[in-house]
Design a protein around this ligand. Structure first.
Ligand code: SAH
Length: 512
């Protein structure tokens, strides 16, 4: 036994949209030694865990339990006994059909301290994202949350069908998809009008959300036709009719679009966040990985000789990051850079530099020769020493142009990009199953690396009918060289331009 016992936090992880996690839950995940999570908790929440935390998946998909409830209870008790703080993440709210109460009772009887952090339950939020309020003064005076999957071991059913059928309550069934036919039959048999509106909302609050509506007498057929499966909530009642007027999430500009992001994982988050906010389902197929250079001495040497330089020029956020990582790693701080002038290519690089408290003096927008010449023309670069920390094997235009203008340029490798083929099989599988609508390319190398994940004779067939979105003309040309014609080209050539291009494209598609 540990000196100080650990505590278990029974946390509601919300219904799927990671933004619906409470602030208290987030803090708790950040501070936990162990995170225990199951099928319905959004995996993106695990990113809040500390990198030393132990992450344990305990399953629970329909009947398939990776760990039985007894084993889960034991796990929570064992970890707490070791003095560890445990974040037990449960989908939705832990006390709404989540067996959170059973876990709390177990902990109580074992003398383990616990706290409950309520979450946004799917019972309310999935309907809300489908434009269905569970109450409305004109339609209903109360709402019931009902299990659609009563414990089969129970001898006598507790389901009060006559009460459900007689009242004007909104009925929200959880875990009921497999039992839908029985639920509908019971409600009609106990006198609920057959034309009562019904909706099923699957994967509510996520970009995979799917809604099927009908009435008690049509819903079974409609759900079968739509092949809608678990997990879904079933909403029965007049409030369902408000969806026609109040639906909003389905109307986001990229709703339901399955869009591939090919940037390196560490860089993809801005694009992903923005597309997700607009309703898209983002599939990350990183094709490159950024790593520190095999030999970092050139950067370290340059930093030791920093007084000899006049200009520091960055061409990417990775260059900025790795330069400062090295500088801080050498026990130095930004004061050694005080005498320098700075240039950054592109606004995002400038922003990254600003994170370190430095404002770029000049800002060419692209690598094109004209851009560079124009930006540096006022800079009196003649005879000056320029340090250029950037990727191994980067394009030569910039150092060439600066040398022509009379500067002495030292290029040092601050990072390397290496091919990441890990996602190849997943990509091919998704393309075969037609689970991808669009692919985004943010540089020429993402195009060639992406294509290297597919075999050459397979690619044309797999990519037929896939919308290609490119960040700018150079990337588009590379795509064309592989036989891919971009339907979307960003303008301006930035991530925001790319997002706007996708929105405009799908808007046009919707309004023929
Ligand atoms: N504690 C959870 C419910 C767990 S029971 C909560 O408060 O939401 C599991 C059931 O919850 C599923 O069978 C399904 O009916 C429902 N559910 C959970 N997440 C859902 C989601 N994102 N969309 C629709 N239904 C969901």
């Amino acid at each position: 036994m540990a000196d100080k016992p650990g505590k278990v936090y029974l946390i509601g992880a919300g219904p799927g949209d990671p933004g619906l996690l409470t602030l208290k839950a987030k803090t708790c995940i950040e501070q936990a030694d162990v995170v225990v999570y199951d099928f319905l908790a959004s995996p993106s929440l695990l990113a809040y865990a500390s990198k030393d935390a132990q992450l344990i998946y305990v399953g629970k998909k329909g009947g398939d339990h990776t760990l039985t409830q007894d084993k889960i209870n034991q796990l929570l008790k064992d970890k707490a006994a070791l003095g560890l703080n445990v974040a037990r993440l449960k989908g939705g709210d832990p006390f709404v059909f989540g067996r959170g109460a059973e876990e709390a009772q177990e902990l109580l009887s074992a003398g383990v301290a616990y706290e409950v952090i309520p979450g946004v339950t799917s019972a309310i939020s999935a309907p809300a994202y489908a434009g269905i309020p569970v109450t409305h003064r004109d339609h209903t005076s109360f709402v019931s949350f009902i299990t659609g999957h009563e414990d089969p071991k129970k001898e006598q059913s507790r389901m009060q069908w006559d009460i459900f059928a007689r009242s004007d309550a909104t009925l929200v069934f959880l875990m009921g998809v497999k039992n839908l036919e029985n639920i509908v039959t019971q409600l009609i048999a106990h006198g609920k009008p057959a034309n009562t509106p019904v909706a099923l909302v699957r994967w509510g609050t996520t970009p995979l959300q799917q809604t099927v509506t009908g009435t008690l007498d049509t819903i079974v057929t409609k759900v079968r036709q739509a092949k809608l499966k678990s997990p879904a909530v079933i909403v029965v009642g007049h409030v369902v009719s408000l969806r026609r007027e109040l639906a909003w999430f389905d109307k986001t500009p990229l709703f339901g679009k399955k869009i591939v992001i090919t940037r390196a994982r560490a860089q993809a988050s801005g694009l992903k966040q923005e597309l997700t906010r607009l309703g898209a389902h983002c599939i990350e197929i990183p094709t490159i990985r950024i790593k520190a250079p095999a030999d970092n001495t050139p950067v370290m040497d340059a930093i030791s000789r920093i007084q000899a330089y006049d200009w520091l020029v960055f061409t990417s956020v990775n260059g900025v990051k790795h330069f400062f990582d090295t500088l801080f790693g050498m026990g130095k701080d930004v004061r050694i850079l005080g005498h320098l002038k700075f240039a950054c290519i592109g606004p995002v690089t400038k922003q990254r530099l600003a994170d370190f408290g430095i404002i770029s003096d000049i800002l060419p927008d692209t690598f094109r020769a004209e851009s560079v010449i124009e930006a540096f023309s006022q800079a009196e670069i003649q005879g000056k020493n320029v340090l250029l920390p950037r990727a191994k094997k980067a394009r030569t235009i910039l150092p060439e142009e600066l040398s022509k203008m009379g500067a002495t340029v030292d290029e040092v490798t601050a990072y390397e990009t290496v091919l990441d083929k890990e996602a190849g099989p997943t990509l091919i599988e998704l393309l075969k199953k037609k689970q991808i609508d669009a692919v985004t390319f943010t540089s020429s190398s993402t195009v060639s690396n992406f294509m290297s994940l597919l075999s050459l004779n397979q690619a044309p067939g797999l990519l037929k009918n896939i919308t290609i979105a490119s960040i700018g003309p150079i990337t588009s040309d590379t795509a064309r060289s592989f036989g891919l014609e971009p339907a979307i080209e960003a303008d301006p050539f930035t991530i925001n331009g790319l997002v706007d291009g996708l929105v405009a494209y799908y808007k046009k598609e919707k309004t023929p």
